[in-house]
Design a protein around this ligand. Sequence first.
Ligand code: NCD
Ligand code: ZN
Length: 345
Amino acid sequence: MTSITIKRPDDWHLHLRDGEMLEGVIEHSAKDFARAIIMPNLVPPVVTTQDATAYRERIMKALPNGMNFTPLMTLYLTENTDPADVAAGHASGLITALKLYPAGATTNSDSGVTNFENVMPVLEKMAEIGMPLCVHGEVTSSDIDIFDREAVFIETVLDPLRQRVPELRVVMEHLTTKQGVDYVRSGGDNLGATITTHHLIINRNAILAGGIRPHYYCLPVAKREEHRLALRQAATSGDTSFFLGTDSAPHTDPLKLQACGCAGCFTSINTMSCLAHVFEEEGALDKLEDFASLNGPSFYGLEPNSETIELKKQQTPISFPERIETGAGSVTVFDPMYPLHWQVV
Ligand code: NCD
Ligand code: ZN
C-alpha cells in the first residue's frame, strides 16, 4: 500500500503551553489534527472555568489565519476545585474533561492532588454528568522506583478510586506499561487510554544506552521493550479503548539539556508520519484510522471529523526539521531514529 485516506485525526493529549511557545507550536498540531485535548499544566495552572475561557481565547488568537483547529479545554483538578464550577463549565460546552495530576508527578504538577478524599465531591459530580477524568497515572512517593510508578498507581490509587466511583469515566493518559494495557482491556466501557507516538517507538534504551539522550526523556518514562510491544499491540489492535494522545510536550533546548532537564518529547509535527510507519510495520495500516480518528471521539461521545487526510508513502525519506525555532527558544523535534516515508499530503 502506498496511500491511505483516513478521517482527520484528533490529539487526545496535547501541551500547547502559552505565550511565545504557544505561538510557535500551534500550527504543527493544527496542520494535521482537527481537535485536541489541551493540557492545563501552565504556570499557574488552568483551574477554573474562567481561566479556561481566557486560555482558549489565547489559543484561538495564536492560531494562524485560515487554520481549522478546535481546542478541547480541560481543568487542572486541585483539592480546591469547585464541583459547581466544573459542572457549569461542562454544561456550557467549554470544558471537556478534568485532569488529575498526583502532586509532584510531572512538569508543573505542584498543585496536584495529595489527599483524594478532598476531591471526592468533584469526582462524584463528574460521574453524575458523564464528564471524563484524564489521569496522569503515576505514584510519586520517592520509595517507588520510577519504572514501577504506573503499575503501582493502578493497584494502589486508580483501581480503588474506580471501585469507589464506578460510573466515573476515566482516561489513563500516556500508557507506558503492559500492566496498564491489561488493566484498560479489562476495565469496561468507562475506562479508556491514550498512547503516545514516542512510546510506540522507543524503549528505555533510547534514553540511557550509549550516552544519555535527554530528548527521549518524558514522563511517564519509557519502559522495557516488552512494554513497548504491548503498547504497539494495543494501539494497532483496533480495540476502541485505545486512542492517540501525542503528549507532545515542547520544552526549549536549554531546558532539556541541563543537569536536571525537563520531561517531554515534541512530536506534534511528525506524529502522523511516525504512526503510519509503526502501523505499517505491524501490518495494521487499516487500524490507523481507529486509533487516530475514531476511538477517541467515540470515548468522548463526539462525532468523528467529517474531513479526511491522505498519507502517501514516498520513495525518498521525508525531511522534518531537527528543531523548530519559537519566540521562546528552539525546540528539538522527536527523532524516531529511522527515516520516515509516509507523508500527510
Ligand atoms: C509533560 C509536560 O512537559 O508538560 N511532560 C511529559 O514528559 N509528558 C507533562 C506530562 O504529561 O507528564
Ligand atoms: Zn502530558
